[in-house]
Design a protein around this ligand. Structure first.
Ligand code: LUB
Length: 215
């Protein structure tokens, strides 16, 4: 996949726990990730307002001060969790791209992988909930939906160039439709079944949508 398509979306970098020779830095990075994961578990289960920094500190057997050392406010914790939600996707993209399928099949497998992550990855789950609760969070959260839309529009643009798209299908419109469909599917599945059956629900929606756009 040409570099130009990959580089732009999801610019957030994952938290790196091995930062080289200094064990103190490694420990700090590991503690930072531990705190972030504990916050994600609580934000996913209770939401932003119902979670206190004390709750996070208790969950990792640390003092509030130790948590504040890594994240100065509860809002900063929420921003970090949402950023790590998006930092999950480049690795998934690289994994799916490495399989070497065409752009349309790559798009389908990428979205299926994302659907599973909404079920299995606590940071992805917490990030999705915090994005719903944006109005309650007094902080600059990453803009939702736009990176997925940009990435899928690029992939479907290449599918069009490769003759994989049905004549008349607009890559940008199809990208927006796929993002709206996965967003809706994961949201409904969360509320009704805590996303336990999201893979099945997304498979049926994906089959319908890709049948509509495939040449
Ligand atoms: C995705 C959510 C939940 C869009 O990209 C996003 O911001 C998303 C969180 O806001 O679904 C569907 C790929």
């Amino acid at each position: 996949m040409p570099e130009s398509d990959q580089a732009t979306p999801f610019l957030v970098r994952p938290i790196v726990t091995r930062r080289g020779p200094d064990p103190k830095q490694d420990r700090a990075a590991r503690t930072k990730l531990l705190v972030l994961t504990a916050a994600a578990e609580l934000f996913a289960a209770r939401g932003f307002r119902q979670t206190s920094v004390k709750d996070v500190a208790d969950r990792v057997a640390m003092t509030k001060g130790a948590v504040y050392f890594h994240y100065p406010t509860k809002e900063a914790l929420a921003v970090a969790v949402v950023e790590q939600h998006y930092a999950r996707w480049p690795a998934l993209l690289a994994e799916v791209t490495a399989a070497g399928h065409g752009p349309l099949e790559t798009s389908a497998r990428l979205l299926a992988g994302a659907a599973a992550a909404f079920r299995d990855d606590i940071v992805v789950r917490a990030g999705a909930r915090l994005q719903i609760e944006r109005p309650q969070i007094d902080a600059e959260l990453p803009t939702p939906y736009v990176d997925w839309t940009r990435l899928l529009a690029a992939l479907l643009g290449r599918a069009e160039a490769a003759g994989e798209l049905r004549a008349g299908v607009c890559p940008q419109a199809a990208a927006r439709s796929l993002v709206a469909a996965l967003f809706g599917t994961q949201q409904i599945s969360d509320i009704l079944h805590e996303r336990s059956e999201i893979a099945e629900r997304w498979a049926e929606t994906s089959e319908l949508l890709f049948r509509a756009i495939r040449a």
